[in-house]
Design a protein around this ligand. Structure first.
Ligand SMILES: [Zn+2]
Length: 948
């Protein structure tokens, strides 16, 4: 309460009963005082902030605060009674890098020094912003110490069902309590009652996640839910991976809440909506004392659908499940700046988000978790953690704090005030700087990995633009002023991070576009039957594929080759791992579904949908122990659903200098509709090799620099018809689910291996190509008026074998003023061949040769005006990689291919070399005209012959 009287000012609030003298310069003394209610302190800070205009933007009394100065302070006619809008205002961690306010040495974490962390300044920052002293609340993993307390006496209370087994596993990330085990729920209820009765912990860690009147009941940090029949009966297979354990977990939480409420009516039972219990359990009515903390990722909100999905789910908890108390856990520490990410600084997202949450009954604030790191004293880790870069966190953390205090905050006005008050004459330029960074993330759809962070968002042009804003802000502010200092601070904490991360990206192997693996899956014909599937005849037609690089992009130490085949019921995998040290191989895993990742093993990754939303993972060690799981990487924090079973058949053999795997994956366990000839799936085959200490153990066929479990980097496999004999290396299957979308229109670039060449991507990714439905057939279409004026996009990379290879595509244009083209380039950037239809001519095609363009008209191909508007026609290049020559073909509609050149022509550039082929399809823009549309379909790469 703040109230003025004729001769007095009243500042008052709900306080703790007794304070000893508070020593303002002493962290311990302030902390002791601030553990009790501090309502009067709130009144004082509210007067300072809301009435007198003081701002505590950053936790630094030197540069972080704004305090207007005047000789007299006049306050009158005040009669304010308020409290922060969100009662739960929780932060993690408490301590802050107050002395530097930023950090950019992500590859040298030991440089993060504890001497930069001032505990008092940290605490005062939260107190002054009224983010300290909210309702005590927690929702977190609560069974963390149950293994020690009950593992021996009650092994049946855990998913491992054996104490010996449990000790071999990581309890928090691999084991779960068995929530249906007799006696277990009673035990949890008893511990909760002990807590609320104020009894001492019955065993160390029993109250780990309890605080205030909240007692957490939350499973361990993994999705390997118990596989016993009673538990399995409660999973919902039809809900999808973010909710299949919803009834199981929330049912248990509800049961505990019901029991505890009988003896402790005010006690709350809290749990997070997380992992495979994120989406609400349809139809379940929650007890009134269940508190839900919904885990949320603001970085995904560049996708409107994702944001709306969160509100729909939360609203279902509130309105259908009758949850009366809900909070959110905000992952403000994303994206992981420590991985040199492009930052998502999005104040408008937070303003919109908090407003939307308030519209749902029962919102009480929640937890803000921001970027923190372990601190060091010199080179020694101190064991403590602290917020590492308030400068990077500011736009997300500070505004979220203000919005939890006052949900009606006008973000535009508040931001303008920040720019003006904090940067003075540099305000316009700093506004432009921050706005550009927010817009970049939101309009280009965010980023998830180095390539999108730095290939799409943090391009050289963009960094030049934002660097220019900082330069101008520096010029606008006088040297030595506080405003200049603040511009320098933002430069050091944000711009320098961007520049360093970009340089690092350019130097790394990931910036060079490593093509995805591409391979044909031969049809096994009648060779594979139920009994003799493992015979080599199954793979008789299958081409050989090879793993070439380790995850660090170095050549592999031992060769791994594999072949793929398919039949009516199975996908067949044969892999041969050369291994001179077979006696040294690790094979510790004996049981299925435990792991085997640390054994000499093969991992398979299969995503039939091609969407990267879910995929199947298999790990098979040399003994034939199988781990198989359904993965759902886009679900909140998800790991594996190990209870999923593929019924895979495996056979392993260990020879003198190699071990071999033969596997048959039942198609019915992977897909509802079996693949047809021409279907494509995303697939990867990876090897873990531990038989030779000191050698890098991990290698992958389709390169996955960020680790095996990256569905965007899985290769593409094409199912061949029997008559294709495994020679179709790649068929672009626009009918596949990878290109499905609700609107009937999906982007082409970024899906299923399609990309832009990096030079062009630097100017913002092309949006001119889309996959659309035309009369029941999906194809790719381009609005040429908005495409690239200087290059042919999009691109695709295929790995073929030395020999003769054909690349073909069908085009249809709606106007002739463009140049449908097929270009093939080698890995060294040198062009192999360039075949195109002339702009403005429907009869003429050309094969580009240096200084000597070869033109072909009706007299040569006999197809008249075969590329007239509205007519389909084909372009094909046949490439002989040994002779280093090319032959061009055209066709009208789906007619016969007609060769253009009787004698093969040499490679366009004699220096072109190698067999990863970089293909460009489409046209560059010549001019803006009506109906400037190009369509393409039936794109295919065939290995016609192979040099042995
Ligand atoms: Zn169970």
């Amino acid at each position: 309460m703040i109230k003025t009287f004729p001769d007095a000012l009243l500042l008052m609030g709900h306080d703790g009963q007794d304070f000893s003298t508070v020593r303002y310069d002493d962290y311990g003394s302030i902390y002791a005082a601030a553990t009790k209610p501090i309502g009067t302190c709130y009144a004082a800070h509210t007067l300072l902030e809301n009435t007198l205009g003081v701002r505590w933007y950053y936790p630094s009394e030197e540069v972080g605060q704004v305090a207007p100065t005047s000789a007299h302070v006049v306050v009158k006619n005040l009669n304010i009674r308020r409290r922060p809008d969100a009662p739960v205002r929780s932060i993690y961690p408490l301590f802050i890098n107050t002395e530097r306010l930023y950090f950019t040495e992500w590859d040298q974490p030991q440089k993060f020094q504890s001497s930069w962390v001032n505990a008092r300044t940290s605490l005062l920052y939260w107190i002054r912003n009224r983010f300290w002293g909210g309702m005590r609340h927690n929702a977190n993993h609560s069974f963390s110490y149950y293994d020690r307390a009950f593992g021996q006496s009650h092994p049946e209370w855990f998913s491992s069902k054996s104490y010996v087994r449990m000790k071999q596993l990581n309890y928090q990330t691999e084991v779960q309590p068995c929530l249906t085990a007799p006696g277990f729920a009673d035990q949890v209820v008893q511990i909760a009652r002990d807590y609320f009765d104020g009894k001492p912990e019955p065993f160390p860690g029993a109250y780990r996640s309890a605080t205030g009147h909240f007692f957490s009941v939350m499973p361990n940090d993994n999705t390997n839910m118990c596989g016993c029949p009673e538990c399995r009966a409660q999973y919902r297979k039809d809900v999808g991976p973010d909710g299949n354990a919803g009834h199981y977990v929330w049912g248990f939480v509800n049961r505990v809440a019901r029991e505890v409420k009988k003896t402790h009516p005010r006690a709350m039972i809290s749990n997070c909506a997380y992992f495979n219990y994120t989406s609400p359990p349809h139809g379940m009515i929650f007890e009134s004392n269940v508190a839900v903390e919904f885990c949320k990722f603001y970085t995904e909100y560049s996708n409107r659908n994702y944001q709306e999905r969160d509100y729909r789910r939360i609203a279902e908890y509130a309105h259908q499940n009758n949850v009366e108390f809900f909070t959110t856990w905000e992952y403000l520490l994303k994206p992981h700046i420590t991985e040199w990410a492009f930052p998502c600084l999005a104040p408008h997202v937070h303003a919109d988000d908090v407003r939307r949450l308030h519209d749902i009954d029962g919102f009480r604030g929640g937890k803000l978790q921001f970027l923190y790191m372990g601190t060091y004293a010199g080179d020694k880790a101190t064991g403590g953690v602290a917020q590492v870069s308030p400068v990077l966190d500011f736009m997300n953390l500070y505004w979220r704090m203000k919005l939890y205090d006052d949900a009606t905050l006008d973000i535009e006005q508040a931001l303008d005030e920040y720019y003006r008050a904090f940067f003075g004459p540099g305000s316009e330029d700093m506004k432009a700087f921050y706005t550009a960074i927010e817009d970049r993330w939101m309009t280009l759809g965010g980023g998830h990995d180095s390539r999108t962070w730095w290939g799409k968002l943090g391009t050289p042009e963009f960094l030049k633009e934002v660097g220019g804003h900082i330069d101008e802000a520096r010029q606008a502010t006088a040297a030595g002023t506080i405003y200049r200092k603040r511009v320098e601070l933002i430069d050091a904490g944000i711009l320098q991070h961007l520049l360093k991360a970009r340089v690092r990206y350019e130097k790394s192997a990931i910036s060079e576009l490593v093509p995805l693996g591409t391979a044909g899956v031969a049809h096994a014909g009648t060779a594979a039957s139920r009994d003799d599937w493992a015979d080599d005849a199954t793979w008789a037609d299958a081409p050989v594929n090879e793993i070439q690089k380790t995850l660090n992009n170095e050549p592999v130490s031992q060769k791994t080759v594999f072949k793929l085949a398919w039949g009516e019921e199975h996908l067949y995998v044969y892999a041969r791992c050369l291994e001179p040290n077979v006696s040294q191989m690790k094979a510790d895993t004996l049981d299925n579904d435990v792991g085997g990742f640390s054994d000499d093993s093969i991992e398979l990754f299969v995503d039939p949908s091609g969407k990267g939303e879910t995929y199947y993972q298999f790990c098979i060690n040399s003994r034939g122990a199988v781990y198989d799981a359904l993965e759902n990487p886009t679900a909140i924090g998800a790991t594996a659903t190990v209870s999923w079973d593929s019924d895979i058949k495996v056979q392993t053999t260990i020879g003198k200098d190699a071990w071999e795997l033969r596997a048959a994956l039942p198609l019915a366990s992977l897909v509802k509709q079996p693949p047809r000839p021409g279907s494509t799936w995303r697939f990867n085959l990876c090897r873990n090799r531990f038989a030779e200490p000191g050698k890098p153990p991990y290698s992958a066929w389709s390169p996955t620099p960020a680790g095996f479990r990256d569905p965007r980097r899985f290769g593409i496999i094409t199912f061949n018809a029997t008559e294709d004999h495994g020679r179709t290396v790649w068929n672009c299957d626009f009918e596949s689910t990878a290109f499905e979308s609700q609107s009937g229109e999906s982007p082409l670039i970024g899906r299923d291996g399609w990309y832009e060449n990096t030079a062009y991507a630097n100017r913002g990714w092309d949006r001119s190509w889309k996959v659309v439905d035309r009369g029941g057939n999906r194809l790719a279409a381009c609005d040429i008026n908005s495409t690239c004026p200087s290059d042919v996009v999009p691109m695709y990379a295929v790995q073929v074998s030395p020999g003769v290879v054909s690349v073909e595509v069908d085009f249809r244009r709606l106007a002739t003023h463009n140049q449908p083209a097929l270009a093939v380039t080698a890995a060294n950037g040198k062009r192999i061949g360039y075949l195109y239809g002339w702009a403005g001519r429907s009869d003429l095609v050309a094969i580009e040769q240096p200084g000597d363009r070869q033109n072909y008209g009706h007299a040569q191909h006999g197809l008249r005006e075969f590329s007239k508007p509205d007519q389909w026609f084909g372009l094909k290049l046949v490439i002989d990689t040994a002779q280093r020559n090319i032959t061009g073909f055209v066709r009208s509609g789906r007619g016969e291919w007609v060769a253009l050149n009787n004698e093969p022509l040499p490679y366009y550039n004699p220096e072109a070399d190698g067999t990863p082929l970089f293909l460009s399809f489409g046209t560059y823009k010549q001019k803006t005209i009506d109906n400037n549309v190009l369509e393409m379909d039936n794109i295919r790469v065939i290995q016609l012959s192979r040099d042995e």
